[in-house]
Design a protein around this ligand. Sequence first.
Ligand code: KG4
Ligand code: ZN
Length: 346
Amino acid sequence: MSFRVLALESSCDEFAGAVIEDGIEVLASVVASQAEIHARYGGVVPEVAGREHLRNLAPVMQATLESAGLDWDDLDAIAVTQGPGLGGSLLVGVNAAKAAAWARGLPLIPVHHIAGHLYANWLRPARDEWDDAPPPFPLVALVVSGGHTELFWMQDHERVERIGQTRDDAAGEAFDKVGRLLGLPFPGGPEIERAAGRASPERIAALDPLPRAWLPGTHDFSFSGLKTAVLNRVRRAEAAGQEIDVPAMAARFQESVTDVLAEKTALAAESLGAACVVVAGGVAANSALREALRSRCAVPVRVPPPRLCTDNAAMIGAAACYRQTRAPLDIDVFSTSGAEVFSADS
Ligand code: KG4
Ligand code: ZN
């Protein structure tokens, strides 16, 4: 008997729906992105995001079921991102999920957004590249998104421990902030990757490398010093009336971030004896990061295809299948990262 879950994700500026079967098959995945709207403001405006979600939720839920070719009667559960994220955005998805669960008499499965990102690696599109095998345990998982930069040690689905995290900015946040400093559109991550791709080796060599915070002896990260270093270079150039070489600076920045992420992840995998490394979150879409990880890690590195790295509901459906925990219909959202990603009851 298969287990089909309708999943909703609305933690930030995407309202997404998906139908996932048995934690593997993506029967449908629909994402309504608001990136263009927020690009006008240079960042996500929380109230605008929540209101757009209200407009998108019914069409996205309908499009998801249509795309899966299923009816409400074919579903076994409703999953939804409970947090962390923007409070007003989360409320829209959670309330829609509660309404659907109540109306159809289906169990409601709340999912931690970060657990969702990780479980994108268990979906068919990620598994196909690996002859359908799920990521082997024990593994080290690197989650790099707009709000999170964390390393987990996963011995199996039940035993998961956070071993490191950023002490200041998340990697994606650093990409977005540096993108803004360099005058690139929001979100900065993909723009920096594109700009860096236009930089010639000579132009990159003409710029001094940017700093790297190694924080030796820990599995933690820090990116605020790197961001400040870019800011100082931009200010110095402006004061001297010089133009910043945006592609070369983007390349130097990307190189610093990916170098630290890859090296520290490889070290963690080696010291703990991991059988593989999985990567997840929006920044995992970055090909320089994928290459750096693959060249440093002694064990296989698994990264979902880019569309499953950035926010989507398929990953939420996958996590819900592996971590089926029913919740009462009076659950609240949580906007901060305080809640445990893999608490005993989540
Ligand atoms: O996981 P995600 O979609 O949303 C959060 O949960 O935060 O991640 C969004 C972040 C943004 O900071 C965005 O700039 C970054 O992922 N990102 C990238 C790339 N694509 C998205 N960063 C670097 N390179 C990319 N190609
Ligand atoms: Zn995310």
